[in-house]
Design a protein around this ligand. Structure first.
Ligand SMILES: [Mg+2]
Length: 356
Protein backbone atom coordinates (compact mmCIF):
# COMPACT_ATOMS: atom_id res chain seq x y z
CA UNK A 1 0.00 0.00 0.00
CA UNK A 2 1.34 3.45 -0.83
CA UNK A 3 1.69 6.56 1.30
CA UNK A 4 -1.42 8.62 0.50
CA UNK A 5 -0.51 12.04 1.86
CA UNK A 6 2.03 14.13 3.78
CA UNK A 7 0.63 17.15 5.66
CA UNK A 8 2.33 19.68 7.93
CA UNK A 9 1.57 22.56 10.27
CA UNK A 10 3.84 24.88 12.27
CA UNK A 11 3.37 26.07 15.86
CA UNK A 12 5.28 28.62 17.93
CA UNK A 13 5.15 28.07 21.69
CA UNK A 14 6.40 30.76 24.11
CA UNK A 15 8.98 29.61 26.67
CA UNK A 16 8.13 29.85 30.37
CA UNK A 17 10.66 32.68 30.73
CA UNK A 18 13.52 34.35 28.84
CA UNK A 19 16.13 31.73 27.93
CA UNK A 20 19.73 31.86 26.69
CA UNK A 21 22.83 29.72 26.43
CA UNK A 22 26.37 30.81 25.64
CA UNK A 23 25.68 31.96 22.10
CA UNK A 24 21.90 32.38 21.57
CA UNK A 25 18.86 33.83 23.34
CA UNK A 26 15.19 32.94 22.65
CA UNK A 27 11.69 33.35 24.04
CA UNK A 28 9.78 30.78 21.96
CA UNK A 29 10.16 27.42 20.22
CA UNK A 30 8.78 26.64 16.77
CA UNK A 31 7.81 23.10 15.87
CA UNK A 32 6.75 21.64 12.52
CA UNK A 33 4.31 18.75 12.95
CA UNK A 34 3.83 16.18 10.17
CA UNK A 35 1.06 13.66 9.63
CA UNK A 36 1.45 10.97 6.95
CA UNK A 37 -1.47 8.80 5.94
CA UNK A 38 -1.65 5.41 4.27
CA UNK A 39 -3.83 2.28 4.38
CA UNK A 40 -6.28 4.02 6.69
CA UNK A 41 -3.66 4.79 9.34
CA UNK A 42 -1.86 7.99 10.34
CA UNK A 43 1.77 8.44 11.37
CA UNK A 44 3.01 11.43 13.38
CA UNK A 45 6.39 13.15 13.34
CA UNK A 46 7.78 16.57 14.15
CA UNK A 47 10.91 18.66 14.28
CA UNK A 48 11.90 21.71 16.29
CA UNK A 49 12.68 23.98 13.34
CA UNK A 50 11.33 27.13 11.69
CA UNK A 51 8.10 27.01 9.66
CA UNK A 52 10.35 27.06 6.57
CA UNK A 53 10.87 23.33 7.20
CA UNK A 54 7.13 22.83 6.71
CA UNK A 55 7.06 24.83 3.50
CA UNK A 56 9.99 22.73 2.27
CA UNK A 57 8.02 19.55 3.05
CA UNK A 58 5.12 20.81 0.96
CA UNK A 59 7.30 22.03 -1.89
CA UNK A 60 9.95 19.30 -2.16
CA UNK A 61 9.25 16.24 0.01
CA UNK A 62 5.53 15.42 -0.09
CA UNK A 63 5.64 14.65 -3.82
CA UNK A 64 8.52 12.13 -3.80
CA UNK A 65 7.20 10.36 -0.67
CA UNK A 66 3.55 10.09 -1.74
CA UNK A 67 2.98 6.81 -3.56
CA UNK A 68 6.02 5.02 -2.13
CA UNK A 69 5.39 1.73 -0.26
CA UNK A 70 4.80 2.64 3.39
CA UNK A 71 6.98 -0.31 4.58
CA UNK A 72 10.11 1.03 2.92
CA UNK A 73 11.04 3.99 5.11
CA UNK A 74 14.71 3.98 4.02
CA UNK A 75 13.55 4.30 0.40
CA UNK A 76 11.51 7.38 1.34
CA UNK A 77 14.43 8.78 3.33
CA UNK A 78 16.72 8.34 0.32
CA UNK A 79 14.16 9.91 -2.03
CA UNK A 80 13.87 12.93 0.27
CA UNK A 81 17.64 13.39 0.55
CA UNK A 82 17.91 13.34 -3.24
CA UNK A 83 15.00 15.77 -3.65
CA UNK A 84 16.72 18.52 -1.64
CA UNK A 85 20.05 18.34 -3.47
CA UNK A 86 19.77 21.82 -4.95
CA UNK A 87 18.08 23.35 -1.89
CA UNK A 88 20.94 22.20 0.35
CA UNK A 89 20.53 19.13 2.54
CA UNK A 90 21.86 20.54 5.83
CA UNK A 91 19.82 22.57 8.28
CA UNK A 92 16.16 23.25 7.50
CA UNK A 93 15.95 20.56 4.80
CA UNK A 94 17.42 17.88 7.07
CA UNK A 95 14.98 18.88 9.83
CA UNK A 96 12.10 18.55 7.35
CA UNK A 97 13.32 15.12 6.21
CA UNK A 98 13.64 14.06 9.85
CA UNK A 99 10.04 14.96 10.69
CA UNK A 100 8.68 12.99 7.72
CA UNK A 101 10.95 10.02 8.45
CA UNK A 102 9.71 9.79 12.06
CA UNK A 103 6.10 9.97 10.85
CA UNK A 104 6.73 7.15 8.37
CA UNK A 105 8.27 4.90 11.06
CA UNK A 106 5.28 5.62 13.29
CA UNK A 107 2.88 4.78 10.42
CA UNK A 108 4.66 1.50 9.70
CA UNK A 109 4.60 0.40 13.35
CA UNK A 110 0.92 1.34 13.69
CA UNK A 111 0.04 -0.61 10.55
CA UNK A 112 1.79 -3.63 12.06
CA UNK A 113 0.12 -3.00 15.42
CA UNK A 114 3.42 -2.95 17.32
CA UNK A 115 5.35 -0.44 19.39
CA UNK A 116 8.08 1.23 17.32
CA UNK A 117 10.68 0.04 19.86
CA UNK A 118 9.57 -3.54 19.18
CA UNK A 119 9.64 -3.02 15.42
CA UNK A 120 13.23 -1.73 15.63
CA UNK A 121 14.23 -4.47 18.09
CA UNK A 122 15.12 -3.60 21.67
CA UNK A 123 18.37 -4.13 23.52
CA UNK A 124 16.96 -2.45 26.66
CA UNK A 125 13.56 -1.57 28.07
CA UNK A 126 14.70 1.48 30.09
CA UNK A 127 16.51 4.49 28.62
CA UNK A 128 18.56 6.78 30.91
CA UNK A 129 17.95 10.52 30.61
CA UNK A 130 19.65 13.59 32.01
CA UNK A 131 17.92 16.80 33.05
CA UNK A 132 18.91 19.71 30.78
CA UNK A 133 18.18 23.39 31.35
CA UNK A 134 20.02 25.74 33.67
CA UNK A 135 19.85 28.66 31.24
CA UNK A 136 22.24 31.58 31.65
CA UNK A 137 19.26 33.97 31.96
CA UNK A 138 17.90 32.20 35.02
CA UNK A 139 18.31 33.79 38.43
CA UNK A 140 19.98 31.80 41.19
CA UNK A 141 16.54 31.21 42.66
CA UNK A 142 15.13 29.88 39.38
CA UNK A 143 18.17 27.61 38.97
CA UNK A 144 17.73 26.26 42.51
CA UNK A 145 14.02 25.66 41.90
CA UNK A 146 14.76 23.73 38.69
CA UNK A 147 17.52 21.68 40.31
CA UNK A 148 15.21 20.74 43.16
CA UNK A 149 12.67 19.41 40.64
CA UNK A 150 15.21 17.32 38.67
CA UNK A 151 14.08 13.84 37.63
CA UNK A 152 17.42 12.04 37.22
CA UNK A 153 20.84 11.67 38.88
CA UNK A 154 22.34 13.64 35.98
CA UNK A 155 21.97 17.38 35.34
CA UNK A 156 23.28 19.81 32.70
CA UNK A 157 23.47 23.59 32.81
CA UNK A 158 24.42 26.19 30.19
CA UNK A 159 27.71 28.06 30.50
CA UNK A 160 29.87 30.13 28.14
CA UNK A 161 27.58 33.11 28.87
CA UNK A 162 27.70 36.00 26.38
CA UNK A 163 30.20 34.26 24.09
CA UNK A 164 32.52 33.29 26.90
CA UNK A 165 32.85 36.77 28.39
CA UNK A 166 31.39 35.93 31.84
CA UNK A 167 33.63 33.11 33.02
CA UNK A 168 33.40 34.05 36.72
CA UNK A 169 29.61 33.82 36.58
CA UNK A 170 29.86 30.50 34.70
CA UNK A 171 32.10 29.04 37.40
CA UNK A 172 29.88 30.43 40.15
CA UNK A 173 26.79 28.79 38.65
CA UNK A 174 28.61 25.47 38.24
CA UNK A 175 29.72 25.58 41.90
CA UNK A 176 26.18 26.51 42.99
CA UNK A 177 24.77 23.58 41.00
CA UNK A 178 27.26 21.15 42.54
CA UNK A 179 26.36 22.35 46.03
CA UNK A 180 22.64 22.04 45.29
CA UNK A 181 22.70 18.50 43.88
CA UNK A 182 25.34 17.01 46.21
CA UNK A 183 28.25 14.74 45.35
CA UNK A 184 26.36 11.78 43.88
CA UNK A 185 24.80 13.50 40.86
CA UNK A 186 26.66 13.66 37.54
CA UNK A 187 27.17 17.33 36.63
CA UNK A 188 27.28 18.33 32.97
CA UNK A 189 27.96 21.71 31.32
CA UNK A 190 27.25 22.97 27.79
CA UNK A 191 29.07 26.04 26.44
CA UNK A 192 27.31 25.95 23.05
CA UNK A 193 30.58 26.94 21.39
CA UNK A 194 31.03 30.04 23.55
CA UNK A 195 34.74 29.62 24.35
CA UNK A 196 37.93 29.47 22.35
CA UNK A 197 39.94 26.25 22.69
CA UNK A 198 42.64 27.64 24.97
CA UNK A 199 40.02 29.44 27.07
CA UNK A 200 37.91 26.27 27.41
CA UNK A 201 40.92 24.31 28.67
CA UNK A 202 41.73 27.03 31.22
CA UNK A 203 38.11 27.23 32.41
CA UNK A 204 37.84 23.44 32.74
CA UNK A 205 40.91 23.44 35.00
CA UNK A 206 38.74 25.31 37.54
CA UNK A 207 35.74 22.96 37.30
CA UNK A 208 34.65 20.94 40.31
CA UNK A 209 33.83 17.32 39.41
CA UNK A 210 32.26 17.86 35.96
CA UNK A 211 31.62 14.74 33.91
CA UNK A 212 30.54 16.18 30.54
CA UNK A 213 31.76 19.33 28.71
CA UNK A 214 29.56 19.88 25.67
CA UNK A 215 30.61 22.10 22.77
CA UNK A 216 33.45 23.79 24.68
CA UNK A 217 34.23 25.41 21.32
CA UNK A 218 32.26 25.80 18.11
CA UNK A 219 31.34 22.47 16.57
CA UNK A 220 32.94 23.83 13.40
CA UNK A 221 36.31 23.84 15.23
CA UNK A 222 37.21 20.16 15.06
CA UNK A 223 40.82 20.82 16.02
CA UNK A 224 39.63 22.82 19.05
CA UNK A 225 37.34 19.97 20.11
CA UNK A 226 40.23 17.52 19.82
CA UNK A 227 42.53 19.82 21.82
CA UNK A 228 39.85 20.10 24.52
CA UNK A 229 39.19 16.36 24.58
CA UNK A 230 42.89 15.62 25.00
CA UNK A 231 43.37 18.23 27.77
CA UNK A 232 40.36 18.13 30.11
CA UNK A 233 39.05 15.53 32.57
CA UNK A 234 35.39 15.83 31.51
CA UNK A 235 34.12 14.03 28.42
CA UNK A 236 34.08 16.44 25.48
CA UNK A 237 30.92 16.00 23.41
CA UNK A 238 29.25 17.49 20.33
CA UNK A 239 27.13 16.54 17.33
CA UNK A 240 23.82 18.36 17.75
CA UNK A 241 24.27 20.19 14.41
CA UNK A 242 24.95 17.01 12.48
CA UNK A 243 22.69 16.51 9.46
CA UNK A 244 24.38 13.68 7.57
CA UNK A 245 26.74 10.77 8.12
CA UNK A 246 29.93 12.37 6.74
CA UNK A 247 29.59 15.10 9.41
CA UNK A 248 29.42 12.50 12.18
CA UNK A 249 32.30 10.54 10.65
CA UNK A 250 34.48 13.67 10.91
CA UNK A 251 33.33 14.50 14.44
CA UNK A 252 33.75 10.95 15.76
CA UNK A 253 37.51 11.38 15.71
CA UNK A 254 37.57 14.40 18.05
CA UNK A 255 34.97 13.81 20.81
CA UNK A 256 34.43 11.39 23.72
CA UNK A 257 30.71 10.93 23.04
CA UNK A 258 28.78 11.63 19.84
CA UNK A 259 25.50 13.51 20.19
CA UNK A 260 22.83 13.21 17.50
CA UNK A 261 19.35 14.72 17.17
CA UNK A 262 16.61 12.58 15.61
CA UNK A 263 14.81 15.80 14.55
CA UNK A 264 17.82 16.95 12.53
CA UNK A 265 19.97 14.00 11.43
CA UNK A 266 17.48 12.27 9.15
CA UNK A 267 14.92 10.95 11.63
CA UNK A 268 14.91 7.43 13.07
CA UNK A 269 16.64 6.14 9.93
CA UNK A 270 19.49 8.63 10.25
CA UNK A 271 19.83 8.37 14.03
CA UNK A 272 20.28 4.59 14.00
CA UNK A 273 22.97 4.97 11.32
CA UNK A 274 24.78 7.58 13.43
CA UNK A 275 24.66 5.20 16.41
CA UNK A 276 26.24 2.46 14.30
CA UNK A 277 28.90 4.88 13.07
CA UNK A 278 29.66 5.83 16.68
CA UNK A 279 29.94 2.15 17.63
CA UNK A 280 32.44 1.72 14.82
CA UNK A 281 34.55 4.39 16.52
CA UNK A 282 34.15 2.79 19.99
CA UNK A 283 31.94 5.71 21.04
CA UNK A 284 28.58 5.97 22.75
CA UNK A 285 25.79 8.07 21.30
CA UNK A 286 23.58 10.48 23.26
CA UNK A 287 20.23 11.76 21.96
CA UNK A 288 20.00 15.56 21.72
CA UNK A 289 16.73 17.15 22.96
CA UNK A 290 13.21 16.00 21.86
CA UNK A 291 13.15 13.09 24.35
CA UNK A 292 9.73 11.73 23.27
CA UNK A 293 10.99 11.25 19.72
CA UNK A 294 14.24 9.50 20.68
CA UNK A 295 13.04 6.97 23.22
CA UNK A 296 12.02 4.15 20.87
CA UNK A 297 15.23 4.32 18.81
CA UNK A 298 17.25 4.59 22.04
CA UNK A 299 15.94 1.22 23.20
CA UNK A 300 17.38 -0.33 20.03
CA UNK A 301 20.97 0.97 20.34
CA UNK A 302 23.59 -1.03 22.29
CA UNK A 303 26.05 1.87 22.59
CA UNK A 304 23.55 4.38 24.03
CA UNK A 305 24.75 6.76 26.75
CA UNK A 306 21.52 8.64 27.47
CA UNK A 307 18.92 11.09 26.19
CA UNK A 308 18.77 14.81 26.89
CA UNK A 309 15.60 15.70 28.78
CA UNK A 310 15.61 19.30 27.56
CA UNK A 311 13.45 21.69 29.59
CA UNK A 312 11.74 23.39 26.61
CA UNK A 313 10.96 20.22 24.70
CA UNK A 314 9.86 18.12 27.68
CA UNK A 315 7.48 20.97 28.53
CA UNK A 316 6.06 21.22 24.99
CA UNK A 317 5.73 17.44 24.68
CA UNK A 318 3.74 17.24 27.91
CA UNK A 319 1.57 20.22 26.88
CA UNK A 320 0.68 19.15 23.35
CA UNK A 321 1.03 15.36 23.03
CA UNK A 322 -0.73 12.39 24.59
CA UNK A 323 1.20 9.19 25.24
CA UNK A 324 4.48 10.81 26.32
CA UNK A 325 6.64 8.46 28.40
CA UNK A 326 7.16 9.88 31.89
CA UNK A 327 10.45 9.68 33.78
CA UNK A 328 10.62 6.67 36.12
CA UNK A 329 12.68 6.29 39.29
CA UNK A 330 16.40 6.53 38.68
CA UNK A 331 15.93 8.87 35.71
CA UNK A 332 14.87 6.43 33.00
CA UNK A 333 12.15 6.28 30.34
CA UNK A 334 10.29 2.97 29.97
CA UNK A 335 8.18 3.12 26.80
CA UNK A 336 4.77 1.42 26.98
CA UNK A 337 5.25 -1.46 24.55
CA UNK A 338 1.49 -2.07 24.37
CA UNK A 339 0.95 1.28 22.59
CA UNK A 340 1.37 0.99 18.79
CA UNK A 341 3.80 3.23 16.88
CA UNK A 342 5.71 5.65 19.10
CA UNK A 343 2.54 5.87 21.18
CA UNK A 344 2.16 9.63 20.69
CA UNK A 345 -0.79 11.65 19.40
CA UNK A 346 -0.85 15.39 18.81
CA UNK A 347 -3.48 17.41 20.68
CA UNK A 348 -4.41 19.51 17.65
CA UNK A 349 -7.15 21.52 19.39
CA UNK A 350 -4.88 22.42 22.33
CA UNK A 351 -2.17 23.50 19.90
CA UNK A 352 -4.42 25.66 17.71
CA UNK A 353 -3.66 28.86 19.64
CA UNK A 354 0.04 28.42 18.78
CA UNK A 355 -0.52 27.78 15.07
CA UNK A 356 1.30 30.08 12.66
MG1 LIG B 1 24.03 21.48 23.35
Amino acid sequence: MPVDSVEWAAYTIPTDGPEADGTLAWDSTTMVVVHVRGAGQTGLGWTYAPAAAGHLIGELLAGPVTGLPEWDVPAANTAMARAVRNAGRDGVAAAAISAVDVALWDLKARLLGVRLARLLGQVRDAVPIYDSGGFTTWSDGRLDEWLAARTSPRVKIKIGESWGTRVRRDLGRIARTRRAVGDDVELYVDANGGYTAAQAIRVAAEFPDVRWFEEPVSSDDLDGLRRGRDAVTADVTAGEYGYDLPYFARMAGVVDCLQADVTRCGGITGWLRVAALAAGHHLQVSGHCAPALHVDAATAVPNLRHLEYFHDHARIESMLFDGVTGVSDGGVLRPDTSAPGHGLTFRTADAEKYRR
